[in-house]
Design a protein around this ligand. Structure first.
Ligand SMILES: *Cc1c(COP(=O)(O)O)cnc(C)c1O
Length: 846
């Protein structure tokens, strides 16, 4: 018999074990090994299989629970764990110690996916895992954050392979009751948030809460009886199918998400967020809802509310190519907004204008993100530069490096990704990895090369066991019989140089670059003296046939009996597999087309475990590669033919592997230890360790994002929205005056007989018609820089010019550079609610 519907009943715990429920439902266990040990001690074999404390409690036979309920040693251990969690949740941490009254009382963090643990499969890849790491680090730092997203009933597809190596997908449907989630209720009834749909309909969502240490994560779920049948499916899977499905998800996550946060804070007394951070632009509609709230509560006009909304919004873009930006047909957006029910009192024409781009038929979510956020950033230094260039059309008249998009380089959550054996060896408190001040002694103190090498081998050995298990399981799944799989026991070798490559499979990541010259790859793998073994994993988007073909190419190569002991493709890359790879691989390989990887984080996780990166200089590696923490694969810059480029870069990759990496790894001292290799490992642990931590990233967001945003919100909203109203007025005034602002009669004066050498003082003068603006309302600047053939200024030095009140402006400055020098004068808006002079995208040049 088959069940028509399934549901989950949680175990009822004996009174003395009730604390275990809290331990199992707070996801802190994912980065707190002692809590996992406690659950493992209930039944090690079972825990090893389920790897999830909550499922453990359900799966454990009641008799065993009764036994534990009177086991004094176990109970003492459990009490200790509960007390430790309580302390972690309540004690003042970094944020509380800042003692800065301007810090926001709470920050809401919006993301379409959250990868906290494989036990809550609500992510598809790097973006989600990053969001999970962001929440965990915020928790460790004590940042009062609320995460907001959607709960997908079939969130995460599982990947298997057909016999001929084609990706096959399964979509397991989850029952939220079986997951570490709690339904938000009020008086016993589920709390619902509503958003209006076209044709007078309403979409309802219930709210599930996950606990990520100190951080509540709210996940909206439309699978409720309150909804019409078709609307129940809005959160059926991650990144819906067609544009309509997707815009509903984005409307729900932004507008519904904001309403959920409001309700949650009202119900629980959690402080209301003052700053809103959107991880990618999907939740961008939230700014409209915040404007609506201000308009309705305080009677402001949209333009007057806008500065307050912008002040409190931080927008992080992750997309380095314009084709990757989320866009909707304008008429689709119109369909949701024109009847005015979705965000009442916000003029639908204003909504459309926020997403305007070059193509008048498209609504651009990133553009809306930038227009609704005063602070925006990319996710690595290089990606910041790429983004400034990509979005520069929104700031005409400004140089690329003045475009107000900064960068905060991503980081990864140390306690989640670092092998606990490594923290133990280095004498680190595992749970506090990445937090300053907690770690004391220098890393190498009292730890020998032999010990580190033995540990690296141990981690490699664990990976080898996992590889064998997974290769065998994959073959069984592809239809092989156990009898023909004896060879899988000898796949991989714990003493062979192990290279890992695992990622999603969009074309730019070039999964198959390593196959460019199969003979050379084969020779590297099968080298008698210095063999290499290569573990590959990755999922293709289910609709991406090209990606599936790449996977098939790899699988066909690895299926060859000649090489299959040295190269494997592991299906179903996810967090549980990833851990083994990041910890056990000696070298982490990454071969994107340069500038197409915004940051990349898997290499960071490898580095934290002493893996050395071998990567194209892209994303984080462009700023972190220092010549002795790994290798940079030279890029064929300027080669426009992609095939030729791939060929050159693949050849460089083989050269590095064969001539530098393998020789260094196998160059052993008398003690069998590769000293040269280990000095790179030590250097990586010491120097990259602190830089790639998510705690560093979150601190940067606090300092350069949340704190200034919170100050600006206070400026904008204080005293009856005085700042916001003043900026709105100022913008109106600019609309009238700005087109008539003129600069004329600019001149550069050198004192009589002064030599024209660097350092000579000069005066730059100009007459300016401010068209009715006050001198205090503008920033007049003299800019001096080098000039090349095109009169383009480079390395500019900017000096403010002061006026005499009747239109003459002057500045004195020292000639900054030798050689060909040019200067200009420009006028920029000035208002205390602007974060940068470029913000309003207005500038007048001489
Ligand atoms: C870290 C991580 C990623 C992201 O890695 P990239 O280097 O950005 O490709 C993807 N999937 C999982 C499971 C991860 O842990």
């Amino acid at each position: 018999m088959r069940a028509v519907r399934r549901f989950t009943v949680r175990a009822s715990l004996p009174e003395s074990l009730s604390g275990l429920g809290d331990l199992a439902t707070n996801l802190r266990w994912t980065w707190h090994p002692p809590t996992r040990d406690l659950f493992a001690s209930m039944d090690a074999e079972l825990f090893n299989r389920v790897r999830d404390p909550l499922r453990m409690l359900t799966a454990l036979p009641p008799a065993r629970l009764d036994e534990l309920a009177v086991d004094d040693a176990f109970l003492a251990h459990a009490r200790e764990a509960v007390a430790d969690l309580d302390r972690y949740l309540a004690e003042p941490r970094w944020y509380q110690k800042q003692d800065d009254p301007d810090l926001p009382p709470a920050v809401a963090y919006f993301s379409m996916e959250f990868g906290v643990t494989e036990a809550l499969p609500n992510y598809s890849g790097g973006l989600g895992v990053l969001a999970g790491d962001h929440l965990k680090a915020a928790s460790d730092l004590g940042v009062p954050m609320v995460g907001v997203g959607l709960l997908y009933r079939a969130g995460y597809f599982r990947q298997a392979l057909s016999l001929d190596g084609w990706q096959v997908e399964h979509y397991p449907v989850i029952d939220p009751n079986a997951f570490p989630l709690e339904l938000l209720t009020d008086g016993g009834e589920p709390v619902l948030v509503d958003v209006a749909m076209p044709a007078g309909r309403t979409l309802h969502a219930q709210i599930w809460k996950a606990r990520v240490g100190r951080i509540p994560l709210l996940l909206l779920d439309t699978d409720t009886e309150a909804n019409d049948e078709d609307l129940r499916a809005v959160t059926d899977r991650l990144y819906g199918g067609d544009a309509d499905h997707r815009i509903r998800q984005e409307i729900l996550s932004g507008i519904g998400g904001f309403r959920a946060v409001r309700r949650y804070c009202e119900l629980t007394g959690h402080p209301q967020p003052k700053v809103f951070h959107t991880n990618e632009g999907h939740a961008g509609f939230l700014g409209l809802e915040r404007a609506r709230e201000i308009i309705q509560a305080d009677g402001l006009a949209f333009d007057e509310a806008l500065p307050a909304v912008r002040a409190g919004t931080v927008f992080t873009t992750h997309t380095p190519v314009s084709a990757g930006i989320d866009r909707f047909p304008v008429d689709l957006v119109q369909r949701y907004f024109t009847d005015g029910r979705l965000v009442p009192d916000v003029d639908p024409r204003r909504v459309l204008a926020l997403g305007a781009e070059d193509n008048p038929g498209l609504f651009n979510m990133a553009h809306m993100g930038l227009r609704l956020a005063q602070r925006a950033n990319g996710v690595s230094a290089l990606h910041g530069r790429v983004s400034r260039r990509m979005f520069s059309r929104l700031w005409p008249g400004f140089d690329f490096d003045e475009v107000p998009v900064s960068s905060v380089t991503n980081g990864v959550h140390g306690p989640t990704w670092v092998a606990r054996e490594l923290s133990a060896l280095l004498g680190r408190n595992h749970e506090e990895l990445g937090l300053d001040g907690a770690q004391g002694k220098p890393l190498r103190d009292g730890v020998t090369d032999e010990q580190l090498w033995a540990l690296r081998r141990e981690l490699r050995e664990k990976l080898v066991a996992e590889v064998r298990r997974r290769v065998r399981a994959a073959w069984m799944q592809r239809g092989a019989s156990a009898l023909e799989l004896g060879w899988t026991d000898t796949v991989f070798d714990p003493d062979v140089l192990t290279v890992g490559f695992a990622r999603r499979v969009p074309t730019y990541k070039r999964l198959t670059l390593m196959l460019r010259d199969p003979d050379r790859l084969r020779a590297l793998l099968l080298d008698e003296r210095r063999p290499i073994q290569l573990v590959v994993a990755g999922k293709s988007h289910p609709a991406d046939e090209g990606g599936k073909q790449l996977i098939q190419q790899i699988v066909r190569f690895v299926d060859d009996p000649e090489v299959r002991r040295r190269i494997v493709f592991l299906p179903d890359y996810d967090m549980s597999m990833a851990r083994y790879l990041y910890r056990g691989c000696d070298v982490w390989l990454n071969t994107p087309v340069r500038q197409l990887e915004a940051c990349g984080t898997s290499g960071m996780k490898s580095a934290l475990n002493g893996g050395l990166n071998l990567s194209i200089r892209d994303g984080w590696w462009d700023e972190c590669y220092d010549g002795s923490n790994g290798w940079a694969i030279p890029t064929a810059d300027g080669v426009t033919d992609p095939l030729r480029r791939d060929e050159l870069e693949a050849a460089a990759l083989y050269d590095l592997l064969g001539h530098q990496i393998a020789p260094l790894f196998y160059d052993r001292g008398a003690d069998g230890v590769p000293g040269g290799w280990l000095s790179m490992v030590w250097h990586t642990l010491e120097t990259l360790g602190p830089r790639v931590q998510a705690s560093r990233m979150v601190r940067e967001y606090v300092e350069s994002g949340y704190l200034p945003a919170s100050r600006m919100v206070a400026e904008a909203t204080g005293d009856g929205y005085r700042g916001a109203l003043s900026l709105a007025d100022y913008r109106t005034k600019l609309d009238v005056s700005w087109p008539r602002v003129r600069i004329f009669d600019t001149e550069l004066l050198v004192e009589d007989s002064a030599p024209m050498v660097t350092g000579t003082e000069v005066t730059i003068r100009a007459r300016i018609d401010l068209a009715g603006l006050e001198p205090s309302e503008v920033d007049v600047q003299a800019v001096v820089g080098k000039v090349g053939d095109g009169d383009e200024l480079s390395d500019p030095v900017t000096v403010g010019m002061s006026g005499d009140g009747i239109g003459a402006f002057a500045a004195r400055l020292k000639l900054p550079h030798p050689g060909s020098i040019g200067y200009t004068v420009r006028v920029l808006p000035k208002h205390r609610l602007l974060a940068t002079p470029a913000e309003l995208a207005r500038v007048v040049h001489a």
